[in-house]
Design a binder for this molecule. Structure first.
Ligand code: 7TS
Length: 401
């Protein structure tokens, strides 16, 4: 049996999405900027796709949604754009973010620090959540931007975005949220939430890879990363990825349609999996379920390296992750586990399981069986677990249930 439980890394393209994209490869393949019929034939589908995106995230006509190549680009753009506009060419010098952002935010902030920007990386509590009041404490009159994710990719923790947006508004500071793990998993309404910028990526909600976007409230000016032709209203040059945009529009529409399914059915399967795993002694899951996206669970298996678990699961046909695939090449401690205060031994034992609307009950039953087998086998050969004193087998900073 093959079971894909790494949906926070990427998802399967929904066959309905693929069907909508298909004609734009070999039939309607003109450049939408061309004046001939081959070019203009793309326009209705592009318009429809954009309308679907505006509708799905609650954007208004006066806002912009600029299509990019991925959320990494969107995150880089907003951070570097604000740096250029308000720090290098303005009187600000500071950005506030968190310790648990995706590497596309953290690495960009590290680069900005090399350019002389002050960056505050806010800590998270033991549930992996940033508390809104800590944001208030760190904003100064020199702060150009607050960038805080809507939901965390590793733990699924949902952050208090509306409260943070309120604080930023009160302090007149721009607020960007990385919405990659929120779109399609929980309701996302940018207008209601009050954010100024939001990044998203189609391949995280059953759309194609290589296409993402940046929502920009009221078309706020932001220096471009890519200069060239007048694509995307001159905000992001490069010939439009027509099949990608069509696919992202359809995928967003479906993501909204399936939100209730996600909330009920996907959550039920996730909870079933989590309950069964937590029956094994010395296993912990991070963060309370009601404050997590319905598809995600991050567990720590005391005494077993996360990579060893992945290996055993993979041999059984099950795809999981030790955390961000972007960082999975090295065997360092999971940075999110370290950020929530887990000890170093535990931080090496994280396994992320992320479901999707295509995950079935049979797949979950099979995973439960194989997960238990893997823990049993690996603990039986783990000298660190066998000789671990009993008092080490309890954990601060992580939950059992
Ligand atoms: N932001 C978040 C919160 C993410 O989870 C990811 C990908 C990105 C940005 C980057 O998106 P992309 O469109 O550039 O691919 N996250 C993961 C992950 O958790 N495991 O693999 C990729």
């Amino acid at each position: 049996m093959k079971v894909y439980l790494d949906n926070n890394a990427t998802t399967m393209v929904d066959p309905e999405v693929k069907k909508e994209m298909d004609p734009y490869f070999t039939e309607i393949y003109g450049n939408p900027n061309s004046l001939h019929d081959f070019g203009t034939a793309c326009h209705p589908a592009l318009r429809k796709a954009m309308d679907r995106m505006y509708e799905a995230i609650g954007a208004r006509d006066e806002d912009d949604i600029v299509v990019t190549s991925c959320a990494t680009e969107s995150n880089n753009w907003v951070l570097k754009g604000i740096y250029y506009d308000l720090i290098q060419n303005g009187d600000k010098d500071h950005i506030v973010t968190t310790e648990v952002e995706h590497p596309s935010v953290i690495a960009t902030c590290r680069w900005l620090e090399e350019q002389g920007v002050r960056v505050t990386y806010l800590p998270v509590n033991s549930d992996g959540i940033v508390q809104a009041h800590t944001v208030r404490d760190f904003i100064t009159d020199k702060t150009a931007l607050v960038s805080i994710m809507w939901a965390n990719n590793e733990t699924g923790a949902i952050f208090p975005i509306e409260e943070i947006a309120e604080i930023c508004k009160e302090k007149s500071v721009l607020f960007h949220t990385d919405g990659v793990q929120a779109v399609g998993k929980i309701p996302v309404d940018v207008t209601h939430a009050g954010v100024d910028f939001m990044s998203f990526s189609a391949h995280k909600f059953h759309g194609p890879k290589g296409v993402g976007g940046l929502y920009i409230k009221d078309g706020h000016p932001l220096t471009s990363l890519l200069h060239g032709g007048e694509h995307m209203g001159g905000r992001r040059s490069g010939t439009l990825n027509v099949p990608g945009i069509v696919g992202m529009g359809k995928a967003m529409e479906l993501a909204t349609y399936y939100l209730k399914f996600e909330e009920q059915n996907v959550r039920r399967l996730r909870d079933k999996l989590e309950d069964a795993i937590l029956e094994i002694p010395d296993i912990y899951s991070v963060g309370p379920r009601e404050q997590r996206t319905p598809n995600t669970v991050l567990v720590s298996v005391r005494g077993v390296e996360g990579e060893a678990m992945l290996w055993d699961l993979n041999r059984a046909g099950i795809a999981a992750s030790t955390g961000s695939a972007c960082a999975s090449e090295d065997l360092e401690a999971n940075p999110i586990m370290s950020a929530i205060g887990a000890d170093s031994e535990l931080a090496h034992t994280a396994v992320r399981l992320s479901l999707s609307r295509f995950t079935t009950e049979e797949e979950i039953d099979y995973t439960i069986e194989q997960f238990k087998k893997a823990v049993e086998r690996l603990r039986s050969i783990s000298s660190s677990y066998a000789y671990m004193p009993e008092n080490m087998k309890t954990t601060e900073g992580a939950h059992n249930g």
